[in-house]
Design a protein around this ligand. Structure first.
Ligand code: BES
Ligand code: ZN
Ligand code: ZN
Length: 489
């Protein structure tokens, strides 16, 4: 719903959200006058925290508007996208109103227009209003929905559209979060494939699911090797989004869908194993992006391929020293069964190429090495194509998801290719090993333009943030979606 300033007297709202800088803007003063609340006086008295992204509930009692929340905009000059998104994320957690009005113009200035503000408000509210699904028998937490949100802004179709786009991005990210948060006994490879089939039906995507028998017949030795110790069947999930009339110029999004990583016989220590339900974060990011892409309908063809299995132990499981034959016919000496993600991805990228991909982005919780290198808040990247990477980097900057590129040198490749008994080894060493993980996948991509994203650090958050609880973050959903939208331009 959209309202204009003059509607404020009659607006059917109990709660108003405004953006307030250190020196309140013209728009704030107008709204303040319309609702008869002395916002400027509150600011002067220090009753409003105008720090960028801070949230204050104003001390008012009023007939029309029962509550006013102020999101701090700092000095009001460089209003960053993160400030607005985070502010609304906090607001989502605080709002208990049945309906909410956003005074959109109070968030705009020369660097941030009403469309952007609408997009960020929707994104922040949906992300901040997300609750981790749980299995408590007494739980009653509810996600924030946007049905009751009205925008107080100029009459403008484009603004409402932006609001919807923000909502699509954030809902897709929340879906990815929920997948990451799901317990591994519930989210098996089969269950993940079922999810993808439902997603395809809901949003009109093409879907194909390969069973263990089909994967065996095709000879996807990497995925089968990782799956060998499991009683759960593996799956290879393919989704296609057709954005143009011809199936050419296809971008491939490939995700690691390891539903649980025990490490296999190169067993993880008990403390390092907890949390490995999240080892399908790459798959979740890809599925989330496909969900958003299917709704936003960019003019770009996309194929998503997810290799999914758990990495378990049994009398049949692979062992260090095994030599396996991959889908593309190359052989790999398995030095570490815990370096399983690259084996799964290597087969998946080859399959994506067969499905028409002309460039590939793979996303994976691949190595602890990326956490050592970059910390928990930066996604690590490798690439063989500067121009493609530039586009992805821009998308990541636009969506405030930090991505940092590491080098992949000939010397690194030499070490991946070093084995006395096979074409490759899957674990050349622990020095700079994020590069070996991604570099291994790159060997199977070949010369095709390619970007590798290691989200081992960013896929899960240890603590809550303004736009999320602890747990799955759904990282890279926004970047991948914006990336595909940019490729379509
Ligand atoms: N799934 C892990 C990587 C991981 C670590 C994800 C921490 C999330 C948080 C991956 O399969 C793995 O075990 N990698 C090994 C590679 C090593 C054996 C070369 C690692 O990072 O230690
Ligand atoms: Zn592992
Ligand atoms: Zn893993």
């Amino acid at each position: 719903m959209q309202l204009t300033f003059t509607d404020v007297q009659h607006m059917n709202t109990t709660t108003l959200v405004i953006g307030v800088a250190k020196h309140p803007s013209e728009a704030v003063q107008q709204v303040a006058a319309a609702i008869n609340v002395p916002v400027v006086d509150f600011v002067k008295a220090g009753d409003v925290d105008t720090t960028a992204g801070a949230l204050t509930k104003l001390p008012i009692a009023h007939d029309i508007v029962k509550r006013v929340y102020a999101i701090g905009l700092g000095d009001g000059k460089d209003i960053s996208t993160e400030t607005v998104r985070n502010g609304f994320g906090l607001a989502a957690k605080a709002l208990k109103a049945s309906n909410v009005t956003i005074a959109l113009e109070t968030f705009t200035n020369d660097v941030l227009d009403a469309q952007q503000a609408a997009y960020l408000a929707a994104e922040g509210l949906v992300l901040g209003g997300y609750n981790v699904p749980n299995y408590k028998t007494t739980s009653n937490a509810q996600d924030v929905t946007l049905e009751a949100v009205a925008l107080l802004a100029e009459e403008d179709e484009a603004i409402m559209e932006s609001f919807t786009v923000g909502r699509i991005y954030a809902e897709a990210q929340n879906e990815a979060r929920s997948l990451v948060n799901m317990p591994p006994n519930m989210l098996t490879a089969t269950a993940l494939a079922d999810y993808a089939v439902d997603l395809a039906a809901q949003f009109d995507l093409d879907v194909e699911v390969l069973t263990k028998q089909e994967i065996t017949e095709l000879g996807m030795g990497g995925i089968l090797a990782v799956n060998k110790g499991s009683v759960e069947e593996p799956r290879v999930i393919t989704l296609k989004y057709k954005g143009t009339d011809n199936w050419d110029d296809v971008i491939g999004l490939v995700g690691k869908g390891v539903t649980y990583d025990t490490g296999g016989y190169s067993l993880k220590p008990k403390d390092g194993m907890v949390g490995m339900k999240g080892d399908m974060g790459g798959a979740a990011a890809v599925l989330g992006a496909m969900r958003a892409i299917a709704q936003l309908k960019p003019a770009k063809n996309v194929v998503a391929v997810i290799g999914s299995t758990d990495n378990m132990i049994s009398g049949e499981a692979i062992k260090p020293d095994d030599v396996i034959t991959m889908y593309n016919g190359k052989t790999v000496e398995v030095l570490n069964t815990d370096a399983e993600g690259r084996l799964v991805l290597a087969d998946a990228v080859v399959y994506a190429q067969q499905q028409g991909a002309k460039a590939i982005v793979d996303v994976a919780t691949l190595t602890g090495g990326v956490i050592v290198a970059l910390g928990m808040d930066k996604t690590g990247a490798l690439t063989n194509d500067d121009a493609l990477f530039e586009t992805l980097l821009e998308a990541s900057i636009d969506t405030d998801e930090f991505v940092w590129r590491l080098p992949l040198t000939e010397n690194d490749k030499k070490r991946i290719r070093k084995s006395d008994v096979a074409d490759y080894n899957n674990s050349p060493g622990r020095d700079g090993h994020m590069i070996f993980g991604g570099g291994f996948v790159g060997e199977f991509v070949g010369d095709m333009p390619w970007i590798h994203l290691d989200i081992a650090g960013t896929s899960e958050a240890k603590a809550a943030s303004p736009i999320g609880q602890a747990g799955g973050t759904g990282v890279m959903v926004r970047t991948l979606t914006a990336f595909v939208e940019q490729l379509a331009e």
